[in-house]
Structure formats: C-alpha cells, structure tokens
Design a protein around this ligand. Sequence first.
Ligand code: ME8
Length: 517
Amino acid sequence: MPNEKFYITTSIAYANTAPHMGHAYEEFLADAIARYKRNCGFDVFFLTGTDEHGVKICRTAEKNDISVQSFVDKNAEEFQKFYASIDSSFDGFIRTSNKEQHWPGAQALWKKLSEKGDIYKSKYTGLYCVGCEAFVGERDLVNGLCPHHNAPPEKVEEENYFFRLTKYAEEIRGKIEQDEIRIIPEARKHEILALLEEGVADVSFSRPEGQIPWGIPVPEDQNQVMYVWCDALANYISALGYGTEDETNFSKYWPADLHVIGKDILRFHALLWPAMLLSAGISLPKEILVHGFLTSGGKKMSKTVGNVVDPKEYVEKHGSEALRSYFSREISPFEDGDFTDEKFLESYNANLANGIGNLVSRVIKMTEQYFEGKVKMKDTPEVPFKRKVETVSGVEEAAGVPFKYCINQEILPAYHEHMSRYELNKAADTVWALIKKLDGYVTDYEPYKLVKTDKEKTEAILANLLFGINVVADILSPFMPATSEKIREVLGATFAEDGNPVAFSVKHMDNPLFPRK
Ligand code: ME8
C-alpha cells in the first residue's frame, strides 16, 4: 500500500516527572507499530510529546521553587532524550506550552465549539482529583479516595465554562458500537459502552485564571484558562498545524489512524475527544489502542512500596534493544504486564544471548570456516526442514516441509496477521519461532559434520540459514531496529531484483550480539 498515510500518536506525558516504565512501554508500542507500517510502505507520521499544563505541574514547580516554564523545559528535554535513547522514530514532538505550535490550534478548536453553541458558562460545584487532572463524582471514589492516586479529591466551587458532552453521547455510542471508532481490545470497547450506559454529564472545560495561572487562555475570556484535558487533546491536531497558517500536514495526515493510550485515559479519548471533534466538524480518529499497566512483582509501581523500576537505568545497563526485546516478548499490549529484574535477565538470556545471538554467531562462524565467508543461494535440490517442529499455531508440521515454503506460507502470514491486529507479542513469538526452527535445522543437518563429506549440500544448508536470518532481521526490525541493522551488516547479502538475497559475504563478528548475563 505505498503512499497511503498512517498517522499514529502516543498520549502526551505530564511533564512533571522523569519518564517512567509506563511511558517507555507506550512509546515503544507506538514506535514498533510506526516502524512496521513504514516497512509496509505507508507514509507514516508518528507523534509524541509532553502535556505541560494543569494543576499538578503548576504545584510541583512551585514546590520545587522553580518557574513553571523552566520546570517543564527541563522535563520535556528529559522525555525527548529518553525517547531518542530507546530509538523511538517519532516524526513530531509536541509540547503544549509551545505558544507557536500548540496554542493556536487549541484556541481555534475552542472557538469552533463555542461558535457551535456547545460551550456555556455555569457554576461548578464538585470534586477534582489533581492526580487525574479530572473532575470526579462520588461514584468514582473508593472510601472517599481516588482509587488511582489513593488521595482525596479537592472540593471545587467556581464559575467555569462547560462543554456539552451530553449532546454527542448517543452519536458516539453508535460510532463505537459500529467500530467507526474502533476500540482495541474489545473489552475496552465494552467498558466505554457501559460507561455511556450509566450516563454522562457535561464537562467543566475551564478553570478561573486566579486559581490556576498556568494554562492556555480561553479565547473570549482572559479570566479563564482551558481545562488541561481540553488543551491536551488538541495536541493531536495542533501538531499538524491545525489553526495555523500552514495546515498542510493537517490536510495530509488527519484523521489519526491510531491513538495509542493507557487504560486510565480511555474515557477522555473515546468520549470527550470524539465529542469535541464532532462539535467542531472534524473527522474522527479511526482506532484507539488501549494498553494495560506495567506492574512490578504483580504490584503497581510505587515509591512507598519501593518497587519502582527506572527505565533509564535499564537502558544504561543493558541497552535499549534489551528493553525493547522485553517489551516485545513479555508484555501483551492488551493486558497488564509485569517487569522485574529477575524476569528481565531470564528473558535476556533465553531470547537474546541463547536465542538470536547464539544462532547468528554459529552460522556466521561456520560460513567463515568452511566457505571463507562467501556462499550463494543455489538451484541445487531443496534441503527441507527435516524434523517435525511445532508450528507457530502449535500444530505439528510434517517433516520435509520445503525451507522457503515454511517461511513464506507459515511464518510470514502469521507475523503479518498478528501485527495487523497489534498483537505485538504474538508477532514477536513468530520471529522467535523462526529462530527456533533455524536452530533445529542446524541440529538436524549437523553442517559441522556434513562439511567433511558433502560440501555442496553444506553450502545449500548455510545459504538457507543465512536466508532465514535475513528474514529474522526484516521481521525483527519494528521491535529491535538496531539489532536488525547489525545482523544485516554481518550478513553482507546481495539482493536480486525481487528483493530476495542471492549471495552472502559475511563479516567477522568480534563479539556476540548479546553476551550472557
Ligand atoms: O495521562 N504502565 O499523562 P501521564 C503503563 N497527560 N502505562 C502507564 C503507566 C503504567 N504503570 N502509568 C501511566 C497523561 N501510563 C496525560 C495524557 S493525552 C492527550 C494526555 C500511561 O504522564 C498512561 O496510561 O499520566 C498514559 O497513556 C501515559 O502513560 C501517560 O500518562
């Protein structure tokens, strides 16, 4: 599908802390999908960024005795650096305190809603959870506390602008039911439909400037600043130039093909955001992928429990590829996933040191030893997979399956099927199923013995293995781009016009890809 566009976004992280494991995972998830879509020929725009307004940020800066702008500047830089350190291939990084890039879009959107008659002034009396940056009702609380932050909400009584969310609730329900806005996984779709069933209320959409001086001014009323979610959601269009003189990217990339978000912010993305867009007459995002939370030892990461794992430390100690490999293999995008040091090292040794690292070293070494590093794909008789191996789908496949048939008819279709459903961990399983098959191929044919009696067949076997490793590099690239690049370098493949390798001139490897830990 060359030239078709694909616009993918992450949520924008609050710039009031350093990036945590949840941010790292979400960025990885969106990046792997963006890379996959680029591999498929899409014209991808991948957006990430930081959410820099709201009460939380304002207060944390005050507590640290630093101006809010310096505070968010410092944190936004941390996020950008961190995302670059895990090889995120983002095309845009939006900061909501950016007056040139973000404010015009957020204000233009507000004006549209106001012109439509969907914004009105009223008195708000209720509760506000600063942690969630959300107005909450009694029914959202457990024993009077916000269950996400274990803290009591604040009582608020003020004159605010409200947005007529209720006007759009029915239309949105229909669109979610019909998958016009597709919420993935299904369980999250049902969750939001259940919420709609309970009934929704209009949303307080601004705060008095006197209460929170840090925010985007409401266009017609300088005494009010926009509610942080109203401002933050607009990032998805402001980053494309919406509301500015140059709307080229907005025309080209909107609507979003995929918003990647965590489970706690579903209602903002599946209700409030579509309602704002409907009111403004802007088309709706197509899909919302809702990931779970990362826990540590099965518990929510928390400073009090002392189980917070810092992603930066892992990148510094083990490299970003090791972290990306863990996210790919061990976490299902649709459920909560666990991260502990023990599991991390276990996964590293099994999948990287013993798995892919060992296979590549062995095959490269044999090619160097027996053929001075050079082999060609030959038209000699096929050397099929010899033994019964478990297929990706768990069914035993008959012995004698031709080598390329197995890759083209079994591995690749399963891989693409999973990727198209954003089942990244299952797609990564198919990569490792191929690695396992290639390992089995070496064990079965014992090229290190065969070379003494049949050099020609040994060359065909090694060429097949190098061909298979080249496929591994291709399908691994969304998950582990740097490893994929390294493998391609050592393979030294020459390609035919159809894109298939015809010969290899391998490079010597001084070190294994992943030393054992
Ligand atoms: O919600 N595991 O920002 P944020 C996995 N600024 N993901 C997690 C997580 C965890 N333990 N904790 C948080 C915001 N996340 C808003 C978004 S978008 C217009 C505004 C996810 O920094 C969370 O679900 O609190 C969200 O998707 C992202 O990290 C940023 O969270």
